[in-house]
Design a binder for this molecule. Structure first.
Ligand SMILES: Nc1nc2c(ncn2[C@@H]2O[C@H](COP(=O)(O)OP(=O)(O)O)[C@@H](O)[C@H]2O)c(=O)[nH]1
Ligand SMILES: [Mg+2]
Length: 450
């Protein structure tokens, strides 16, 4: 019975290795689709180009995973790359000062005032910080009233503008928030349809006076290709520390996030997902990455296949062990595979029905470093020694020990372990062995191999 299984597994594995690597043709076809997906998600042209180039380099030559089309596998690589770009920096807000000053900037209608109320609400209710708000938006009288109403409705301290001069307003707010013992002062600013001189000069004035710990640019998800130049203009005027993305509910593609992050390296802190005060969430890079690609299903499919692939490689090793041709080369492969799958305990989690052994091993405090030592020892053996360990006598053992930086008794221990494994494998081929293991594991938990 076991022999049949062995042949079957080996067959599958051979089919797999014949498939080889991702070809340039696979890559071209898929990356063309990815390019369209990026542009449709409003990732800026320059960023899309750069990304495609990076991904091209990464994907070429990667091994093909069985049951997955190369195209699908490339999508996974793209998604990983996007997640990395979107999430490679921590998004903790800076609360070092008291009060910590947060400046919010952005174009008119981007969602600054709404986001300020949301952020204040989040800081008060989730982070237990006290917040004061002030508005410097003197251009639209309704803008100050908007913030005042939002503050009152949500029990947030509102500081009345002290005059018609932004410098005076900011200075007074700094003093007052300090007296109020606020943890945070958030300053609202006025926006424009585009980044004109006047807007930027005013922002610079406020920035230099307030010296904010956070300068957050509020970006509308729907702003499209314009995003890069807006980010650049603001960042040059008053160095940003991060972004808040709004209207992700209206435009769930999120390409703007990628452009902004890629261009500056600064984190996207939060996103707005509606008009209510609680429609505000901490930004999760992986979710946005699959949104941008619009191919979330493919990503999880490939992830699953990757796991199956590791399982297959494992089964192939088992097959080799049981075929009686087991030698040191096989043992080395086994150790390497073990390490790849997260050491001994990781390896166990791939095998169904071995919960008992796993907890036994954990209790026994298995030293994962031993695997590294054993790998080093086998690597110091010649090809002949690996295929026929019987020839290993004292002088060879000494050479191997010094070659691998280990002791002779460790070489001996490895050889003993090898013999034991081999013996166990031989027994496994005898009828009734499966039942023995079954009893050992308790009942019907025998690992099954399809
Ligand atoms: N659907 C949706 N609407 C939003 C979001 N953020 C802001 N808005 C709306 O966008 C409009 C402009 O927002 P506002 O905060 O006044 O923009 P400001 O000019 O930058 O201060 C308001 O009607 C908000 O309710 C969001 O995340 N989702
Ligand atoms: Mg406003």
């Amino acid at each position: 019975m076991l022999e049949n299984i062995t042949n079957k597994i080996t067959g599958i594995f051979q089919g797999l290795s014949n498939k080889g690597a991702i070809t340039e043709k696979d890559l071209d076809t898929t990356l063309r689709e990815v390019r369209v997906a990026l542009l449709e998600a409003d990732v800026s042209l320059k960023v899309s180009k750069d990304l495609i180039k990076n991904i091209q380099e990464k994907a070429l030559g990667q091994k093909v995973i069985e049951n997955v089309q190369p195209g699908q596998q490339i999508i996974k690589i793209v998604s990983d790359e996007l997640t990395e770009i979107l999430g490679s920096q921590s998004s903790e807000l800076n609360f070092k000062n008291k009060p910590s000053v947060f400046l919010m900037c952005g174009l008119q209608g981007a969602g600054k005032t709404t986001s300020i109320a949301k952020l204040a609400h989040y800081c008060q209710n989730t982070l237990n910080k006290t917040v004061s708000l002030v508005s410097t938006d003197l251009r639209r009288p309704a803008a100050i009233e908007q913030l005042r109403v939002l503050a009152q409705k949500n029990n947030i301290q509102f500081i009345e503008p002290s005059s018609e001069d932004v410098k005076d307003i900011v200075q007074t707010a700094l003093n007052q928030s300090e007296k109020l013992l606020s943890d945070i002062l958030i300053i609202d600013t006025s926006g424009r349809i585009s980044t004109d001189e006047e807007l930027l000069i005013e922002l610079k004035t406020i920035y230099e006076l307030a010296k904010p710990q956070e300068n957050l640019l509020v970006l509308d998800s729907m702003m499209g290709q314009q995003a890069l130049s807006v980010v650049e203009a603001f960042h040059q005027t008053a160095p940003l520390t991060g972004f808040i993305l709004t209207r992700l509910d209206a435009d769930p593609r999120g390409g703007v996030a990628l452009s902004a992050k890629y261009q500056t390296g600064l984190p996207i802190r939060f996103f707005g997902s509606g008009e209510n005060i609680t429609d505000f969430e901490v930004f999760h890079p992986d979710r946005i990455a699959s949104r941008i690609l619009g191919m979330g299903d493919v990503v999880s499919l490939v992830e699953k296949a990757q796991k199956d692939f590791d399982n297959k490689e494992m089964e192939n090793l088992q097959a080799q062990m049981m075929s009686g041709k087991f030698n040191m080369e096989g043992m080395l492969k086994q150790f390497l595979q073990m390490k790849k799958m997260g050491g001994m305990s990781g390896l166990m989690s791939y095998m169904p029905g071995v919960g008992k052994i796993k907890s036994m091993m954990e209790n026994a405090d298995f030293d994962e470093k031993i695997i590294d030592h054993q790998i080093a020892i086998i690597r110091s053996m010649t090809k002949q020694e690996r295929s026929d360990p019987d020839i290993l006598k004292a002088s060879r053992k000494r050479r191997i020990a010094s070659g691998s930086g280990r002791q002779v008794h460790e070489v001996n221990r490895l050889l003993k372990q090898f013999e034991q494994t081999k013996k166990m494998m031989k027994q496994a081929q005898k009828p009734g062995f499966a039942n023995k293991i079954k009893n050992l594991l308790g009942g019907n938990q025998m690992p099954t191999i399809e």
